[in-house]
Design a protein around this ligand. Structure first.
Ligand SMILES: [Zn+2]
Length: 247
């Protein structure tokens, strides 16, 4: 376990704890956000997605997930026991961009093969998780941006945990660009069989830093522990380990 370091909050003077690797920290006393490297005030929009569940009501979406879907054991909801429920506010960058990929590829499904050139132009609110290492399923998360409010630390429940950002704004923009290009490569599979060249340009319109509520649930079924991840706005399950069913 790495040792946490401290800087002083530039707003209220309270100690702001951060761990090695974290670049942007939010004061847990006043909610002010500071860029660690410079100690400067964070000058971008910092938003919050509200959590709508408590330690009791989160059981409903957990139960609903366990009861639905034909791949699960029939007695899953009945026989499993929730062993931990952690609400964590994860940091994200929402990168709003216009992206344009210019490509050249070969269409081989007909003979003779033909060279195809074209562009893909799209607009995105691209979500980048602001943590270096995580198995969080970002692409499953349809983040409810219409519900975001200015960050307000008073809305953070006492039992919840808030993680700081390990990725700065420029790195987030670069990651979004890479991921969008990968996405465009994927989309191109229906038009060309081989991509010879692809170049993606992104124009960022807005970059927002935000925290969103994610529930990490652990449950036990037949003496094994499994994990379930649920977003805290609508209670949608983003990823869940399903015990294997043997026939
Ligand atoms: Zn403060």
């Amino acid at each position: 376990m790495a040792i946490a370091q401290e800087i002083k909050c530039s707003h209220c003077g309270a100690p702001v704890e951060f761990k090695p690797g974290e670049l942007i920290a939010t004061c847990k006393y006043c909610g002010f956000t500071t860029v660690i490297e410079t100690g400067q005030t964070f000058s971008f929009e910092h938003s919050l997605i509200l959590n709508r569940f408590d330690l009791n009501s989160i059981n409903e979406p957990v139960h609903a997930w366990m009861s639905g879907g034909f791949l699960k054991p029939g007695d899953l909801a009945r026989k499993s026991k929730t062993t931990s429920k952690d609400l964590i506010y994860l940091p994200f960058w929402v990168v709003s961009v216009e992206a344009k990929s210019t490509y050249k590829g070969i269409f081989e499904r007909i003979s003779p093969a033909v060279v195809k050139e074209g562009t893909i132009s799209k607009e995105y609110d691209w979500l980048v998780l602001a943590r270096a290492a995580s198995e969080f399923p970002t692409h499953e998360y349809d983040i409810p941006l219409e519900g975001k409010i200015p960050f307000d630390f008073r809305k953070i429940e006492g039992f919840a945990k808030l993680l700081n950002s390990e990725i700065d704004r420029d790195a987030a923009l670069e990651m979004a660009k890479q991921q969008i290009e990968d996405h465009h490569r994927f989309l191109l599979q229906q038009d060309v069989d081989k991509i010879v060249e692809i170049k993606t340009e992104v124009t960022s319109k807005q970059i927002v830093y935000l925290h969103a509520p994610i529930w990490f649930i652990k449950y036990e079924y037949k003496s094994k522990v499994y994990q379930l991840i649920i977003e805290g706005t609508a209670g949608t399950a983003l990823k869940g380990d399903i015990p294997s069913t043997r026939f």
